[in-house]
Design a protein around this ligand. Structure first.
Ligand code: SF4
Length: 419
C-alpha cells in the first residue's frame, strides 16, 4: 500500500493498526481481532475499508463480476414459519402458489434465450411433497436446456427432500447431481449458532445439519455459496463466529465459491412486524453494512476470494460503495426476486446486465460476466457498450411479479386436504 496509508496508520489506534498490518501480511485474523475491527470508529473505521479494498485488489484485481441469471421460487407454500420470512404461506392460505414443472421450464427457457447462464431454484417446503419433485424439475429443465447451470436447493430443501424421499443426505445429493443440479445456494445459514436459530426460526435446519449438507455437497464436487443474515437480533460476536465457521469449512473442503452478507429486510418480516424479540433491529445501518463486507473480506482472505453484495437488499448506490469496501461481485440479474421483495425491499426484481456494467464503470472498475463457478465469460474492458438479450427488455412486468403470483388463480396452490 502507499506511504499515505502508512502515515494514516501512525494516527490509528495501535491495536487496530497492528491487526490491519497483520491482515496485509496475509496472516489469519482471529475472532477477537475481527471483533476489534468491527468496533472501529473514526479514522480506524476508514482504514478497515481501505485495507479490505487493498486485499480485494490483490486477490481478484479490478474486475467486478456478475452473472446473468433468473430466480425461480416455484412455491411459497411452506411447512415452516421462520421469523424473518415474509415470503412463505401456510398451505391453507389463499395466497399460496405452486408453479407446475412446465411453467418452471418455460421460465428457464425464456431466461436462457435472453442470455441467462444460470437458473437459481429455491422455494418453500410444501406439505406432502413428492420426494423426487426436485429431481423431476431438474431433469425437465436439462432436457430442454442442457447448457443451463442449475443453482438450486438450499441445505434446508436438501434436508427436506431427503426426508421426503426417505434417504440419506449423501444419497439425496447424489440423486440431485445426477438429475442436473450443478451447485447449491448456501442459504438457510442465517447465523450458525443453535440458540440463536432456536429463537428466530424454531425448527429451521440445525447448525449441525447445515454443515453436514454443505460438506457432503463439497465432497461430491457440488460447490456452494455461503451467506450470513445480519442486522436482526444477533451480536457482532455471533457474526464473527459465523465467519470463522465458514472459514474452517472452506479450509477443509474448498467448496465455497463466494460469501454473501445478507442484510435483514425487516418491514414485513414477522419477527419484526410483531416485535417478537426485544431489541430487534431494522437491518444493519450504513456503516454496519460497510464494516460487515470489509471485515468479511479481511477475515476470509486467502480462503474465499469472492465477496458478493446483495443489490436487492442494499440498493444500487450502497452496492456501488461496497465495491470500495471489499466486495468484488454484483450477484445476478435475478429477473424475478421474491424473498426480499416480500419482506419489504424496494430495490426491484431485475437489473439488466447493461445497468450492472454501468454501475461498475461508474466506480472506475471493469465489468465481467461470469458463470456460476466464477469463470469469466466476457470482460468488458472497452468503454463501448453492447445491448443484447435482457438489455433490450423495456417492460420487466412481462416476467411477472411476486405480487401477481400470489393473486392469480392460474398457479394457486391446491390444499391437498380439500382435493
Ligand atoms: S425461510 Fe424457507 S423454510 Fe423458512 S418459512 Fe421461509 S420458505 Fe419456509
Amino acid at each position: 500500500m502507499s506511504s499515505d496509508i502508512d502515515t494514516l496508520f501512525k494516527h490509528a489506534d495501535s491495536q487496530v493498526a497492528d491487526i490491519l498490518n497483520k491482515a496485509l501480511s496475509d496472516k489469519e485474523i482471529s475472532p477477537q481481532e475481527g471483533l476489534r475491527l468491527y468496533n472501529a470508529t473514526g479514522l480506524d473505521f476508514h482504514l478497515v475499508g481501505m485495507v479490505a479494498d487493498e486485499i480485494r485488489k490483490r486477490r481478484v484485481g479490478e474486475t467486478v463480476t456478475y452473472v446473468v441469471n433468473r430466480n425461480i421460487n416455484f412455491t411459497n407454500v411452506c411447512i415452516k414459519q421462520c421469523g424473518f420470512c415474509a415470503f412463505s404461506r401456510d398451505f391453507r392460505e389463499e395466497e399460496g402458489y405452486f408453479l407446475p414443472t412446465e411453467e418452471i421450464v418455460r421460465r428457464a427457457k425464456e431466461a436462457y434465450e435472453l442470455g441467462a447462464t444460470e437458473v437459481c431454484i429455491q422455494a418453500g417446503l410444501p406439505p406432502d411433497m413428492d420426494g423426487d419433485l426436485y429431481e423431476k424439475i431438474c431433469r425437465e429443465i436439462k432436457k430442454e436446456i442442457p447448457d443451463i447451470h442449475i443453482h438450486g436447493f438450499s441445505p434446508e430443501e436438501v434436508l427436506y427432500g431427503a426426508s421426503r424421499a426417505k434417504t440419506s443426505i449423501r444419497d439425496y445429493l447424489e440423486r440431485l447431481k445426477e438429475s442436473g443440479v450443478n451447485t447449491l445456494p448456501g442459504t438457510a445459514a442465517e447465523i450458525l449458532d443453535q440458540s440463536l436459530r432456536d429463537k428466530i426460526a424454531p425448527g429451521r435446519i440445525s447448525v449441525k445439519d447445515w454443515i453436514e449438507v454443505i460438506k457432503t455437497a463439497h465432497s461430491l464436487g457440488i460447490n456452494t455459496t455461503s451467506t450470513m443474515m445480519f442486522g436482526h437480533v444477533e451480536t457482532v460476536e455471533d457474526r464473527v463466529n459465523h465467519i470463522v465457521k465458514l472459514r474452517e469449512i472452506q479450509k477443509e473442503t474448498g467448496g465455497f465459491t463466494e460469501f454473501v452478507p445478507l442484510n435483514f429486510v425487516h418491514s414485513e418480516a414477522p419477527m419484526y412486524k410483531y416485535q417478537l424479540h426485544e431489541g430487534i433491529k431494522q437491518g444493519g445501518s450504513g456503516n454496519d453494512v460497510l464494516l460487515t463486507h470489509a471485515v468479511a473480506r479481511i477475515m476470509l482472505n486467502k480462503c474465499i476470494d469472492n465477496i458478493q453484495m446483495s443489490w436487492v437488499k442494499e440498493g444500487q448506490k450502497m452496492s456501488q460503495l461496497l465495491l470500495m469496501w471489499g466486495a468484488n461481485d454484483f450477484g445476478g440479474t435475478l429477473i424475478n426476486e421474491s424473498i426480499s421483495t416480500s419482506a419489504g425491499s424496494e430495490h426491484g426484481q431485475l437489473l439488466r446486465p447493461k445497468e450492472i456494467r454501468r454501475m461498475i464503470r461508474e466506480m472506475g472498475r471493469v465489468p465481467a460476466e461470469r458463470n456460476t463457478n466464477y469463470k469469466k465469460l466476457r470482460i468488458f474492458d472497452k468503454e463501448k457498450e453492447i445491448e443484447e438479450g435482457l438489455d433490450n427488455i423495456t417492460d420487466a412486468s412481462q416476467f411477472g411479479s411476486y405480487t401477481e403470483l400470489i393473486k392469480i388463480n392460474k398457479f394457486h396452490y391446491v390444499n391437498p386436504r380439500r382435493k
